[in-house]
Structure formats: structure tokens, C-alpha cells
Design a binder for this molecule. Structure first.
Ligand code: SAM
Length: 239
């Protein structure tokens, strides 16, 4: 296995003010409660919709919302000036989609949560992004083979393993010839027992399977200031 490149962005390790971190603990606790309850039901991903609705459009209630595009996507985009058709998978509140739109991509963004899609559409109404409700487990047929760029940020790590292994093989087929797949998330420290999720940090072994049949372009990992844990960016190209 090729060792991942490891360029630490920053390692300041600053603690946020206590009251903010108390609020985040509460938000995270509520998320875990919702996710655990849904996991044993016949709709294990239904908690995403419940959580977005429960927030009453207060971004502080969405534990994964960074209110900005992911820095690894921004960094990738600076080094890769291509554009064309992009698909953002599990787009949440749409910051990555809006960033790519501003960079000149023609963007489709989908999420399993109808409320997330409507909220993102409202937040980014000055863009021409094509928003859709969709499920990576069963992507629209006319998305297959269509995209020059497919971006997945923090979604594989947010879904339980038995669903993740069924959803992840659906990413590569969305690419057009010559297209690029960018996956970003938490990287597992294989020397430690991981905490139970969500989120679940992912291993390079798992990520290798995501890119099966594609040409590996990059495996990058680094820490991000004020964010927990090591993060990866894995990039592949379709021949
Ligand atoms: C942890 S959030 C990340 C959201 C966004 N990518 C971000 O980085 O802010 C995971 C997102 O994936 C969506 N999601 C979960 N399962 C999905 C699926 N099977 N298909 C599409 N979206 C899904 C959730 O609704 C949620 O918005």
C-alpha cells in the first residue's frame, strides 16, 4: 500500500470557548440519539431529514456545517483549474456546490434530505446550481457516466458501514471518461480503536475499494486547524 502524503496544514489545537463547545456537545448528543434510533429502524438514513427539520434552519444545530467550502476542496481546486459538469453528492447546506459554481463548474448537487436541499437552494439562490433530492444508494439513471467531477465530502463517513459498502460503489460510475472523483473525510488511525460513529473515520483499505477501476491520482492527509482528527483527500481519474 502506498503511504499517504502527510502535509499538516496547521496544528494549533486551540480550544473553542467553553459555551460554544457545550452547545456543540449538545448538538452532537442529539445527533447520536437520532442516528442510533434510526439505525435499528427500517429507515436507517431517515435521521438526516429529521435533524435538518429539527434545526428550524439554525445552522448552529447542524453538527457538520462548517459554513464554508471544505479547505481540501478549495486547495484541490486551486491546483486543478479544469471545469465542466460537476456532481456534489450529499451536498448538505451546499457550500461545496456553491464554491464549485463560483469556480465556473456547471453544478448538480443532491442530498437524501429534502429539507437540506430546500435550505441549500435558499442559501445559494444567486447561483445556477441544479439542486435535487437523491439517494447515493440509487442514483438517477441519467447521472451515470455524465460528470467531469464528482465530489463527496463527509458523506461516506456519516453512514453506517453496511450501507456505506453498498453506496460507495455507486460513485465511480457517475464519472464521464476522463472525469475526476474527489472524496474527503476523516482518516482512521489504525493503531487505535475508533469511537463509534457517526462519523466513522475511514481506512485507506476501504478508500481503495471506492476507487476500484479508476486511476489513483492522489492520497493526501493532514490535520485542519480547530477540527478533530486527521483528514484525507483521495482523488481518482477515470480513463
Ligand atoms: C455529514 S453530512 C455532510 C454534508 C456536506 N457534504 C458537508 O460537508 O457539509 C452528510 C450528508 O449526506 C447526506 N446523505 C446521507 N446519506 C445519503 C445518501 N444515501 N444519498 C445522498 N445523500 C446522503 C445527508 O443528508 C447529509 O447532508
Amino acid at each position: 500500500m502506498t503511504p499517504p502524503s502527510s502535509r499538516a496544514l496547521t496544528l494549533e489545537g486551540q480550544s473553542p470557548p467553553t459555551c460554544r463547545s457545550d452547545r456543540m456537545d449538545e448538538v452532537r448528543e442529539r445527533m447520536l440519539e437520532m442516528a442510533n434510533k434510526a439505525e435499528t429502524s427500517d429507515k436507517p438514513l431517515s435521521w438526516f431529514e429529521d435533524l435538518y427539520r429539527h434545526s428550524n434552519r439554525d445552522r448552529g444545530q447542524i453538527p457538520w456545517d462548517w459554513n464554508e467550502p471544505h479547505p481540501f476542496l478549495v486547495e484541490w481546486s486551486k491546483e486543478n483549474k479544469a471545469n465542466g459538469r460537476a456532481l456534489v453528492v450529499g451536498s448538505g447546506l451546499g457550500e461545496d456546490a456553491a464554491f464549485l459554481w463560483e469556480r465556473g463548474w456547471q453544478v448538480t448537487a443532491f442530498d437524501i434530505s429534502e429539507e437540506a436541499v430546500e435550505w441549500a437552494r435558499h442559501l445559494h439562490q444567486d447561483t445556477g446550481i441544479d439542486w435535487a433530492v437523491g439517494d447515493l444508494l440509487n442514483p438517477e439513471q441519467d447521472w451515470i457516466g455524465r460528470y467531469d467531477l464528482v465530489v463527496e465530502v463527509h458523506i461516506l463517513q456519516a453512514i453506517p458501514e453496511e450501507i456505506r459498502i453498498r453506496a460507495s460503489p455507486n460513485l465511480a460510475p457517475l464519472l464521464a471518461s476522463g472525469g475526476t472523483l474527489v472524496c474527503i473525510g476523516r482518516l482512521a488511525d489504525e493503531s487505535k480503536t475508533e469511537e463509534s460513529g457517526p462519523p466513522w473515520a475511514l481506512t485507506w483499505d476501504f478508500l481503495n475499494q471506492v476507487g476500484e477501476g479508476l486511476e489513483e491520482v492522489e492520497r493526501h492527509s493532514a490535520f485542519i486547524s480547530e477540527k478533530e482528527g486527521n483528514r484525507y483527500r483521495a482523488v481518482w481519474k477515470k480513463a
